[in-house]
Design a protein around this ligand. Structure first.
Ligand code: PLP
Length: 388
């Protein structure tokens, strides 16, 4: 029998946790509609509310501040809108400022039109340019509406951690709203909407060991809320209509419970393996470039470029060796091309990059096998290149 495959693409999606699977199976067996008042309905409601408490705990906030959605993309589209309400009073947001390395779910600007979207530069390490943010906010015309800023906590390709507390201080001074995409940080960094100074967080279950197709919009309070994206039966207190996907939400809750436990110890172990991996890859290819390595990164992610070898070529060769990695972001099916994140960081080499992302189930043996396979692939490709 051949060796088991190695999964090192946790930033694309994390394997479903057994706890999430068990919670989903028991929710699937519950027949009630969570909005029904009979016992079956109340049982489904209880499962959803338990999940809401777990997601709230993960973000250090109150359950009432969690709105379940079909994923982070929907949560981003819900919150990135010019129309907010404070109670019954409409509040206008006139311009959206986003960092250039945001995930497409945010970079596309949600419900703002193109002309109201301002993309802020990042430096060579991928960190947002705070001077540019300050200048943009200083030039913002408040007579037209509030400014909204969206900056991610950790980048999906590089793992680079943005200085959100500094960003929040700038946004606060300008009287604006701050939206933080915490999708890649949720089970990798301690998460507190208060400590971050964010007004809204965007989360996705499938990046933390929950199922795909469920996420949440988490708000700091309950007073100022975005106009709903989904209107209808008034579920989720009117913020997101449609019968709740109780099984997916239950799985998300179980994953959130697990994510909140022992983050620091878990991440210390994963980061040690990531460092071992990078050391091994560098030994195999001393000209390897590691993107974002000079600044704080989440401990599971490594985005590398090898001069003269395309990321895509390396990815395919490693896949044939039984190893799942990605060449850049894998969020849109099979789309391979230059990385917009690296472009934004001013890295314009044609090779593209290879992303290796580890998780709680990654072992030292797997890391060593990936290093050995990488060394074989690079030697083979470079030999073939030299002979050509
Ligand atoms: N934001 C980031 C940083 C991501 O990595 C992803 C993942 O694809 C998303 C948003 C979108 O999440 P979802 O798949 O739940 O729509």
């Amino acid at each position: 029998m051949g060796k088991a495959r190695i999964y090192m693409d946790w930033n694309a999606t994390a394997p479903l946790l057994p706890e999430a699977r068990a919670a989903m199976l028991s929710a699937l067996d519950c027949a009630g509609n969570p909005s029904s008042v009979h016992a079956e309905g109340r049982k489904a409601r209880q499962m959803i509310e338990a999940a809401r408490r777990a997601v709230a705990r993960l973000c250090d906030t109150l359950p009432a501040h969690v709105t379940f959605t079909s994923g982070a993309t929907e949560a981003a589209n819900q919150v990135l809108t010019p129309v907010f309400h404070m109670g019954r009073t409409p509040v206008c947001v006139s311009r959206l400022y986003v960092s250039a390395t945001e995930h497409p779910a945010v970079l596309s600007g949600g419900r703002f039109d193109r002309g109201s979207l301002c993309v802020l530069p990042v430096d060579a390490d991928g960190l947002i340019d705070l001077v540019a943010l300050d200048a943009a906010l200083a030039a913002h015309d408040r007579a037209l509406g509030l400014p909204m800023v969206a900056v991610m906590l950790a980048n999906n390709e590089t793992g680079v951690i943005q200085p959100i507390a500094d960003v929040a201080a700038h946004v606060r001074r300008a009287g604006g709203l701050l939206v933080v995409d915490a999708v890649q940080a949720a089970d990798r960094l301690p998460l507190s909407i208060e400590a971050l100074g964010a007004d809204f967080l965007v989360l996705s279950a499938h990046k933390i060991g929950g199922p795909k197709g469920v996420g949440a919009l988490v708000s700091r309070g309950e007073v100022l809320m975005p106009a709903p994206l989904m209107r209808g039966g008034g579920q989720e207190k009117g913020h997101r209509s449609g019968t709740e996907n109780a099984a997916a939400i239950a799985g998300f809750g179980a994953a959130a419970d697990m994510a909140a436990q022992d983050i620091e110890a878990r991440m210390a172990g994963i980061a040690a393996l990531r460092d071992r991996l990078e050391e091994g890859l560098r030994t195999a290819a001393p000209d390897l470039l590691i993107h974002g390595a000079r600044v704080p990164r989440i401990g599971n992610t490594s985005l590398v470029t090898l001069p003269g070898l395309k990321g895509e070529t390396l990815q395919i060769a490693l896949d044939l060796e039984g190893i799942a990695v990605s060449s850049g972001s894998a969020c849109s099916s099979g789309k391979v091309g230059r990385s917009p994140v690296l472009d934004a960081m001013g890295f314009t080499a044609e090779e593209g990059a290879l992303r290796l992302s580890l998780g709680a189930a990654t072992t030292a043996d797997e890391v060593d096998r990936v290093i050995a396979a990488f060394a074989r692939v690079v030697a083979r490709k470079r030999l073939a290149g030299a002979a050509a």
